[in-house]
Design a protein around this ligand. Structure first.
Ligand code: ADP
Length: 231
């Protein structure tokens, strides 16, 4: 479904993505791991059309995303650090995004209730706790029920209870057949959620393959050990 072909991105002299060729399996959760600065966020931004590659292409359902915008409707994105209109209340923000999208159809009420956001709805964004901002981000990413979900360090600001809530939600989306892409530096989270692993170091794919294969290969070693070996 998502096919990355010869993708290269440089920032000045720095090559951040170095000829990436990759097929991301659909209907599964793919974990992108790698040290800080290895190019994970840049790869996600290229997929979202927020970063223009120097070479290569990304195809979604066989179609190049170059010069396109409509394909973005297939993607829900929860950024690591999000900027919101801070003076809006949570419900105003949801309404605002719904109006931009020109649709009456959303599953936001179900998501609000899932994340227990009801008491926050009339609060202004700037007064929200970090965890609740993350939850608002999760609702925004999923309210239009997109085929592809991208989460950049999704549980970074969440307390343990909210992390579990979030992980259960990812399992639910997978069961619905969604394609999930997530970056995290928490290895246990990858083990728990990902069916497929992409390991990036300095803009190059060091490993990609089914998680099962990786875990079997390493036999009694935990994933953390397997990944440490590759670094
Ligand atoms: P990761 O998500 O794996 O931590 P990033 O994709 O954020 O890595 O960054 C990869 C490298 O590209 C880093 O060295 C970062 O400093 C650099 N970088 C990212 N965005 C920009 C930018 N807009 N301008 C210049 N350098 C950037």
């Amino acid at each position: 479904m998502i096919s990355i072909k010869g993708l290269r991105k440089k920032f000045g002299p720095l090559t951040v993505l170095d000829d990436i060729d990759l097929d991301i399996p659909s209907g599964q959760a793919t974990g992108i791991v790698g040290p800080n600065g290895s190019g994970k966020t840049t790869a996600i931004k290229a997929l979202l059309g927020l970063v223009k590659p120097n070479a290569g292409d990304i195809l979604i359902d066989g179609e190049s995303i170059k010069g396109q915008w409509d394909y973005r409707k297939k993607i829900g994105y929860m950024p690591q650090i999000a900027r919101y209109p801070e003076n809006m209340t949570v419900s105003e923000l949801f309404e605002f995004i719904k109006n931009i999208r020109e649709t009456g159809e959303t599953n936001k009420d179900e998501l609000i209730s899932y994340f227990g956001l009801e008491p926050e709805l009339e609060k202004r964004m700037r007064t929200l706790s970090g965890g609740n901002r993350q939850k608002v981000g999760a609702v925004l990413a999923m309210m239009f029920d997109p085929e592809i979900l991208i989460f950049d360090e999704p549980t970074a600001g969440l307390d343990p209870h909210a992390s579990v809530q979030f992980k259960n939600m990812v399992h639910r989306e997978k069961e619905k057949g969604k394609t999930v892409l997530l970056t995290t530096h928490i290895m246990s989270e990858i083990e728990e959620l990902a069916d497929y692993l992409i390991f990036i170091v300095e803009g190059q794919i060091r490993y990609h393959g089914p998680m099962k294969e990786l875990i079997e290969k390493q036999q009694e070693q935990r994933l953390e050990g397997a990944v440490a070996k590759m670094m």
